[in-house]
Each structure stands twice: as structure tokens, then as C-alpha cells.
Write a protein that binds this ligand. Structure first.
Ligand code: ZN
Length: 347
């Protein structure tokens, strides 16, 4: 690679006004310190797409469209409800496509007592672990809409119920800390685009959730009248959303919820310390507060470089990692979220 063709796009480097791009890192340590990107591959933000209740429209329309764009999503599935017809699809085809299951309980009916809750929550987790043997046990959990757990709504029930979800390493999406934006046919494209653009400018995670994607049935109209709950988002709206996301795909990390939550937490709990650096090598210590058995999402390490100093190798605990480039041309490596020593080498 010809170094003179490289564009320096790191914002902090641009801000530097000393006029000499080739000034060495020793003169300006912060300017060249490696850092972990806020989002994987240094995307500006993250967007997740979550589909609840294994609706047949997910099989017939949503997943084929997502696959066309290579967008990976999360499906909150109840193996005990509306499931049999597409059982094979959910259990063998969908995991192979790279989409993820979330735990939405077995029957979508809550539980009268702890024993029932253990089944409703635990059996789904065990099934997911079996279907995704290479993934960690951590996953997302949604208790269902109006279901009762020991006679109370999930967020008001006794902590023993919550302990069951913790035992199965579940991130409760209704714990008040994980917001999502439910899309239905009353929400216009402009509002959706504004949300996406805000997520990009604020570098945040935008979580969209859906139920049925398709035209309204009589039941859907009745549900809206009786419960004032609009359950559907039209195919046309969904296509527009996906097309829009595709126009921004260089800025957005579109990934399953669990991957985004893992990254977010690991990023928060990662501390990078520079142990040693010279012209040829930077040695770093990565200290991480998350449990690597559960939090195993790779983090993106942005590698310092200049016109005359291009990183050629990266070692994590002496194991060689690939030197990659982000969409904006920065050098990076994807590192494992484990306590380790990292060396960035400039040959
Ligand atoms: Zn549901």
C-alpha cells in the first residue's frame, strides 16, 4: 500500500493544528493513542430490529427481505404458541441465516408460580443454547406484554421471578434500562428517518421492535378498537425502512440485540492502558470488567497511524490478529474482550 494515498480521517487528528502530520507520537501522545471504537467496526451507531411472537409474516416476508440486504435481526419466539407450522424453519433454517432467537417465554402466558416460571423461561433458554451451540449463553428476554407473573405484571412481580431470568443469563429488555421504539402503521417514514439520523449523530443504539408486518386483518382492526393497540406495520412501510437503512449502511451497525448489548457493556467496562510505546511498537494492557464466557463480542480497536507509520501487525496475548480497515479508512483490529496484553507493531 502506498502510504501517501492514505487519508487521515480521525477527527482528533484533523483538529490538530501544528501543521505537521508526520509529527511523531512521542510529541503528541493523546493524538496517537489507540482507542476502542464506540461501536463495532467504528460504525457511528447501532440499529437493532426485533420481531415478536414468531408471526408467520416474519417467515414469509421479513426474513427473505432482511436476507437480501444481509441485515441480521432478533426474533422473540414462543415455542409453545403459533409455532408448529414453521418449527423447522425457526429451529434449523433461521439460525443458519445468522438471525438470533430471543427468549420470549414458552407459551407467552406468564406464570402462576416460580415452578411454572422456571419452565416458561428456562426451557426456552435451553432450547436456544442447543440451537446456537457456538454462541455464549447470554441472551435477551422479553416477558410478554400484559402477562402476569405470580399475579403481577413482570416489572412489579417479586424478585424471585427476576432471579430466574438472571440465572439463565438473560438481559431483561423491560427492565427500564433498555428502551425500544415499537413500529406500527401510524408511524410515518419521516419520523423513522429522523430517529435513525439522531442515532447516527448521537452515536447511540436505536432499537426498533415489530409484531406483524403486513396488512391489517379484522382481528387487527378490533384489537386497535378494543385495546387501542396497533399491532401491524405494513409491508410497504417495512420495505421503505429497510431501503433507508441500506442507504446508511456505512454508518450503522445493524446487528442482533444481544450482540449490541454485549458490545455496549464490554465497551463500558474496558480500560486500555498504554504500557510502553516507541516508533516500532505500542504495548497496551486491556482490562475488562465483563465475564468473557458470556460477553464474547469482539471489540474494535482503532490503531494509531500516520502517513509514515502504518500498523502491520497486532498481537493479543501473543496471538496474531488481522489488521483491518474501517469503512472510513482507519486501521483497526477486532480484539477479544478478555484481560490481555496487546501489541501494535509498525514494521
Ligand atoms: Zn409477545
Amino acid at each position: 500500500m502506498n502510504p501517501s494515498t492514505l487519508k487521515i480521517i480521525n477527527k482528533s487528528e484533523k483538529k490538530s493544528t501544528n501543521g505537521t502530520e508526520s509529527s511523531t507520537m512521542n510529541n503528541s501522545p493523546t493524538r496517537f493513542d489507540p482507542e476502542i471504537a464506540k461501536w463495532f467496526n467504528d460504525y457511528d451507531c447501532a440499529v437493532s430490529l426485533r420481531f415478536d411472537d414468531n408471526h408467520k409474516t416474519h417467515v414469509q416476508f421479513v426474513i427473505p427481505l432482511l436476507n437480501k440486504y444481509n441485515f441480521k435481526a432478533t426474533f422473540m419466539i414462543n415455542p409453545g404458541r403459533y409455532y408448529k407450522k414453521y418449527k423447522d424453519f425457526w429451529e434449523s433454517e433461521m439460525p443458519k441465516m445468522g438471525h438470533r432467537w430471543g427468549n420470549h417465554t414458552w407459551h407467552h402466558k406468564g406464570a402462576q408460580n416460580l415452578e411454572e416460571a422456571e419452565f416458561e423461561i428456562g426451557e426456552v433458554s435451553k432450547l436456544i443454547w442447543k440451537l446456537y451451540p457456538l454462541e455464549s449463553k447470554l441472551n435477551v428476554f422479553a416477558s410478554g406484554g400484559g402477562e402476569l407473573w405470580g399475579g403481577k405484571r413482570w416489572h412489579k412481580t417479586s424478585p424471585e421471578f427476576w432471579d430466574i431470568s438472571k440465572k439463565f443469563h438473560l438481559i431483561d429488555v423491560y427492565d427500564g434500562k433498555h428502551s425500544s421504539f415499537e413500529l406500527n402503521s401510524e408511524i410515518g417514514q419521516t419520523e423513522i428517518e429522523n430517529k435513525i439520523n439522531t442515532a447516527i449523530s448521537e452515536k447511540k443504539h436505536l432499537a426498533f421492535s415489530f409484531h406483524k408486518v403486513g396488512s391489517k386483518s379484522l382481528t387487527d382492526y378490533l384489537r386497535k378498537i378494543v385495546k387501542n393497540f396497533n399491532y401491524t406495520f405494513s409491508e410497504h412501510q417495512f420495505r421503505k425502512l429497510i431501503h433507508y437503512l441500506n442507504t446508511k449502511k456505512n454508518q450503522i451497525w445493524i446487528a442482533p440485540l444481544v450482540q449490541i448489548y454485549k458490545y455496549e457493556e464490554e465497551y463500558k467496562q474496558a480500560i486500555l492502558t498504554v504500557l510502553n510505546k516507541n516508533e516500532k511498537r505500542i504495548v497496551l494492557k486491556l482490562k475488562i470488567g465483563t465475564d468473557p464466557k458470556l460477553h464474547d463480542q469482539e471489540l474494535t480497536l482503532i490503531l494509531p497511524y500516520s502517513k509514515n507509520r502504518i500498523p502491520t501487525r497486532v498481537l493479543q496475548n501473543k496471538k496474531s490478529l488481522e489488521v483491518l480497515k474501517t469503512k472510513t479508512g482507519k486501521f483497526c483490529s477486532n480484539i477479544n474482550p478478555v484481560n490481555s496484553e496487546i501489541q501494535i507493531i509498525y514494521d
